[in-house]
Design a protein around this ligand. Structure first.
Ligand code: GLA
Ligand code: ZN
Length: 668
């Protein structure tokens, strides 16, 4: 049985191996961690050259000492495997471990995430060090979790990877070249393949590669990462079967299909670096909320970890502004509100040298605990202790937005319509936003997920319809579901071949009661106009011109030669309803449509607390999080008896939420 921590983990990346020459620093760390209510430290992420300074020579003594010290101080260890960066000797003895770029040039030694995913030598070396780590610390009382590698990313185009790709493609197309030529539509530009050896990895921007080949490469890269991870995880699972294993994901990085990858993890974790230092913070808060909900939804709503966040500044933006006081705590509690069972930082102590020496840390170069940042982290830590009861609690959602990573890749690869404005993830957030702003929990799911768990499913820009999804949508609506999709949906199949016979594909014409006549693209500063239930909206970037074939027309175009043609339709099908929003909008239409849809689908906000601009209300278990992302105080009326979980005090008839503050309530 996998054992997950039964408290909110509060900690972060800890690199004591950079400080072994000053052991007093490490004693200071222990004292300071306790002072800051830190209960976890992630160790060893980039420690390979300290753990195995020469091939086959292992030095664990320093780590033994750290693990013992953590344990003595009641701090759990999340132990990392070091594959994210490698010792120089490894690259020197086995150059094949280094990555080759898409032009066929092997990278020099240096940086990180610079390894071939296929290299048998690298996989073997990783397996050896992981096995040694697991054997050494299997019984160590501090060990709470495995952090495999770090932010897997990128791809390798070496000959070994090319060969593996060819084999992958061959298996995918059942060893049948004819099938491959059909699926890749290779008659186009005479790209017919007559031997598997003629297949090569595509270039990111190469237009001479069919989008089907690019999709195959994406799938192969995802599977290479998964099998690389599985190779890393195998000894850990065998030697420490109770210890959960994760790897940290990055926001909307879609070069790896995280939704597929997540199935291999015991717990999903991700690194959260929202820019809450300026601009429209409430807007960015919705984006972050979306990411939390997406990562939570990857494992059926199981709580996830926020493996990294910054305690203060970052270092890689053009200008790295300090976040205002309170923002760190708000960022931490927002994660918990959406299902995180951890609040972790990059990094505990600032490194003295190297690329990230000016990246924020809980402990600055001064080494002091009376800094603004240290105090805020300490406060966050004590709030998380007060919130301990939320650990493991789930968020219940009755509505879902589909945001599918494979669809995202397919959308990126095609050429046509509006090539400047695609922004698939932005489009998903646009349709997610109104729910979050109205205090309605939403799951962010794939097109393969079970729709029946929801009364309402929104599928923005669902360009690719994978096998079986057409039937799934039809049956969902027939049984009583409410389903909305938008322009350029149901256009291609899993192999990126266009559906024939008119859009939307196949029987969806009947489900939506429409057919798509043409698709127009609009110039950036020349939006069109459309109505929806009597109000006018801008039409942006791209739109489908519809013909209603049974559907009720709720909106029509008011501009261009297609003025008067349907732009928004609603169709009863079986016991449910299917909606088609045919144009891209600037957010106003999606807000009004969502208000309309939740009524139709009978979906209620999670609580009866009133939301206001910039304030997000979220319910997790019995905990109600009221988060104010604006820089002015807000007040919300309360109907019933509530207590403030963080202070333990009873609330009156309303609750005040300070600027950039989060209150956590419980109804009595
Ligand atoms: C990533 C990495 C960390 C560190 C931080 C800095 O998330 O995982 O090692 O580089 O960024 O923000
Ligand atoms: Zn390679």
């Amino acid at each position: 049985m996998i054992k997950l921590p039964n408290y909110i983990v509060h900690g972060g990346d800890y690199n004591p191996d950079q400080w072994l020459k000053t052991p007093e620093m490490i004693d200071d760390d222990m004292r300071l961690m306790k002072e800051a209510h830190i209960n976890s430290a992630t160790v060893g992420i980039f420690s390979w050259s300290m753990l195995e300074p020469e091939e086959g020579v292992f030095r664990f003594e320093w780590l033994d000492d750290i693990m013992d010290k953590l344990n003595k101080n009641g701090i759990g260890a999340i132990l990392a495997t070091p594959s994210g960066a490698r010792p120089a000797w490894l690259a020197e003895s086995f150059p094949e471990v280094l990555r080759v770029n898409e032009n066929g040039i092997r990278n020099e030694y240096g940086v990180r995430h610079n390894h071939c995913l296929t290299s048998p030598v690298y996989r073997e070396k990783v397996r050896i060090i992981n096995t040694a780590l697991a054997e050494r610390y299997a019984e160590h009382p501090a060990l709470t979790m495995w952090h495999v590698s770090n932010e897997y990313s990128g791809e390798c185009h070496c000959e070994k990877c090319q060969q593996a790709f060819r084999e992958w493609v061959r298996e995918y197309y059942h060893n049948d070249l004819d099938e491959l030529n059909d699926k890749w539509w290779t008659g186009f530009w005479s790209h017919r393949i007559t031997d598997w050896s003629q297949i090569n990895s595509p270039k990111e921007r190469g237009e001479n590669h069919s989008s089907a080949l690019k999709l195959c490469w994406d799938r192969f890269v995802t599977e290479s990462h998964i099998s690389f991870y599985e190779n890393e995880a195998a000894p850990l699972r065998r030697i420490t079967p109770d210890i959960p294993i994760t790897t940290n994901f990055m926001r909307m990085y879609d070069r790896i299909d995280y939704q597929k990858f997540a199935k291999h993890l015991d717990i999903v974790s991700w690194d959260n670096y929202p820019d809450f230092t300026g601009g429209n913070i409430p807007d960015k808060a919705v984006y972050t909320a979306f990411c939390h909900d997406m990562f939570r939804s990857m494992k059926n709503g199981q709580p996830f970890f926020m493996m990294e966040s910054t305690p203060s500044i970052v270092n890689g933006r053009p200008v790295n502004k300090l976040p205002r006081p309170g923002i760190q705590t708000l960022t931490a509690l927002q994660a918990v509100a959406h299902g995180a069972d951890s609040v972790q930082y990059f990094q505990w102590r600032k490194s003295r040298g190297g690329h990230e020496k000016f990246h924020g840390a809980v402990v600055d170069h001064s080494g002091r605990s009376d800094t603004r940042v240290f105090r805020e982290i300490t406060r966050t830590g004590s709030l998380l202790e007060a919130l301990g009861g939320v650990t493991g609690a789930r968020c219940e959602s009755k509505a879902a937005v589909i945001c599918d990573f494979e669809n995202s890749r397919a959308v990126k690869h095609f050429c046509g319509y509006n090539n400047e404005r695609r922004d698939y993830f932005d489009e998903c957030v646009k349709w997610y936003r109104p729910f979050t702003e109205a205090g309605i929990s939403v799951d962010v799911i794939t097109m393969d997920a079970d729709f029946d768990a929801y009364g309402l499913v929104i599928a923005p820009f669902l360009y690719m319809l994978k096998d079986g999804v057409e039937e799934k949508i039809r049956e969902y609506v027939r049984r009583g579901g409410h389903f909305l999709t938008t322009y350029l949906s149901a256009v291609v199949d899993s192999d990126d071949l266009c559906f024939l016979g008119g859009l939307p594909a196949g029987s969806l014409k009947e489900v939506f009661g429409i057919s798509v006549c043409e698709t127009d693209s609009l110039f950036e500063n020349a939006p069109g106009k459309s109505s929806f239930l009597g109000k006018e909206y801008d039409v942006e970037h791209v739109c489908d011109i519809l013909s209603a074939e049974g559907a009720a027309v709720l909106g029509e175009y008011k501009s261009d030669f297609y003025a008067g043609k349907p732009s928004f339709t609603e169709n009863s099908f079986g016991k449910g309803t299917a909606y088609y929003a045919a144009f891209r909008n600037d957010g106003e239409l999606s807000r009004d449509v969502c208000a309309y849809l939740v009524k139709k689908a009978g979906i209620k906000p999670d609580t009866n607390l009133k939301t206001s601009e910039g304030v997000i209300v979220r319910k997790r278990g019995e905990f109600i999080f009221v988060m104010n992302f604006t820089n002015e105080p807000k007040e919300t009326e309360l109907d019933g008896k509530y207590i403030d979980v963080l202070s333990g005090e009873a609330c009156g008839s309303s609750v005040k939420i300070g600027e950039e503050e989060c209150r956590v309530l419980k109804q009595l």
